[in-house]
Design a binder for this molecule. Structure first.
Ligand SMILES: [Zn+2]
Length: 455
């Protein structure tokens, strides 16, 4: 890992996503983990003589993108099963193969997802998966230099085991590396977590968060909500409860919705549901590509934003996407609402970019440290090469970022002040080794699956 302690990034355009707007011919000064100054290059340079300069004068510099909902380890299953009905996809394909995954496989899958995310300009991920004490997603994210919130996904059928895993996750990872790594509590969904267990997991988070002094010291609550049309029916069947209104109303009746909740999907909402989300300051992670691919429906994002709800963007897992590409996600998020609402002014480029940066930070209770380029924030930055036919000419940086940039145009990635990728080369881990391991793990997984079938 390159460990420059003090340096300047000189960019053609710095898109700050803060009150500083876009700074042309700008510079950002980094010391240790933090941004200590920014402004016009000509003014910054003499103030910090002797600081090494990273030349990005042909690049846009942008806050690193934030993937607000994913399942990192599932990158191992990318392309294993597509174009199926949700229940068949899960029950016949995904779950049987997942049941053969070891903790080491989870770790390798998360390493793969981490380097994919970094190469595509993502600097923070919010991931939900099975946590194992020895090898896990947290270890992979930590080693690659990515920033992340790692959770353990909880189901009613394994309550006792879940609590042990959560205890281990919190003890070992929550706050690691000066809070680069955080933990979250993840009830999987209202149809897999009973009302009683839901309340218990709320109390579990509350107990941790009592002690939190800063926003990022919280263990957030990461859940799937209102993803498919039949969710209420599934809850009623599984837990013998009666759902009278919407899914959000049901959760509100359990008193579990607070401002530390990030709810993935929120596709099937009633008017009352939207009011409750807004009133309780629940954050929404919108996953347009996964929702389209699984034909779950289209979340009413435009309406949520009008109701002052923080909407962030996620890719969901590489099984239902099949990439962890936040540039593609921004573009589709914008296009989808325009198309559905027959309104080209719905979700403008600026709004889509906010969802992938500052709103992502807000959604993860991390706004004080990331999501924009400002003095005192952590240096999580990416540079985008502009010397390409598809990015010429340059009238408007934000338009390019959302509608024209391809994720592999990302040249450098800085996280927590460290250069994690320089000129497309990842510095922290051996990319070739990871790619080889992934193929081996895939072969072993298929072998174990077929062994099971022969018995
Ligand atoms: Zn998901």
């Amino acid at each position: 890992m390159v460990n420059k302690l003090e340096y300047i990034i000189h960019g053609k355009s710095i898109v700050t996503m803060s009150k500083h707007g876009i700074i042309k011919n700008g510079a950002i000064v980094i010391e240790g983990e933090e941004i200590i100054d920014l402004g016009k290059y000509d003014e910054i340079k003499p103030k910090y003589s002797g600081y090494e300069v990273i030349d990005a004068s042909n690049c846009i510099v942008l806050p690193g993108l934030i993937n607000a909902h994913t399942h990192m380890a599932m990158s191992l299953l990318r392309g294993y099963a597509d174009d199926l009905m949700l229940h068949e996809w899960l029950e016949k394909w995904i779950w049987p193969l997942e049941s053969k995954m070891t903790s080491k496989d989870v770790y390798i899958g998360a390493l793969l997802a981490s380097i994919e995310a970094i190469k595509m300009g993502t600097t923070t991920v919010n991931t939900m998966y099975h946590y194992y004490p020895d090898y896990n997603e947290a270890k992979a994210i930590y080693e690659t230099g990515l920033r992340g919130v790692i959770s353990h996904v909880c189901f009613s059928w394994r309550e006792k085991e879940d609590i042990e895993r959560l205890d281990h996750l919190i003890r070992n990872w929550h706050g690691k590396d000066n809070w680069r790594i955080r933990a979250a509590i993840s009830p999987h969904a209202p149809y897999t977590v009973s009302p009683e267990y839901m309340v218990k997991l709320r109390e579990y988070a509350d107990k941790i968060n009592e002690k939190a002094e800063k926003d990022y010291e919280k263990a957030i609550w990461h859940i799937h909500l209102a993803e498919t049309k039949d969710e209420a029916k599934k809850i009623e069947e599984n837990f013998k409860v009666k759902i009278r209104g919407g899914i959000i109303e049901y959760l509100q009746s359990l008193n579990v919705l607070k401002e530390d909740v990030i709810a993935a999907h929120c596709v099937w909402l009633t008017e009352e549901d939207i009011k409750i989300l807004s009133k309780n300051k629940v954050k929404v992670a919108h996953n347009p590509i996964s929702n389209l691919k699984l034909a779950s429906g289209i979340s009413p994002i435009e309406k949520l934003l009008k109701n002052n709800i923080v909407v962030a963007l996620g890719t969901d897992s590489a099984c239902s996407n099949n990439l962890l590409d936040m540039f593609e996600t921004m573009k589709i998020a914008a296009l989808l609402q325009k198309g559905v609402l027959l309104n080209p002014t719905a979700i403008k480029a600026e709004e889509a970019l906010k969802m992938a940066t500052i709103n992502g930070a807000k959604a993860l209770s991390w706004e004080s440290q990331i999501g924009s380029i400002e003095k005192g924030k952590k240096a999580d930055l990416i540079t985008i090469e502009l010397q390409k036919p598809h990015l010429k000419p340059l009238f408007n940086e934000v338009s390019h970022i959302v509608y024209a940039v391809r994720s592999l145009d990302v040249r450098d990635v800085i996280i927590n002040g460290k250069i994690i990728m320089e000129n497309h080369q990842i510095k922290t881990v051996d990319e070739e080794w990871i790619l080889r391991e992934v193929e081996k793990v895939k072969d072993n997984l298929l072998e174990r699956l077929h062994e099971g079938e022969a018995k």
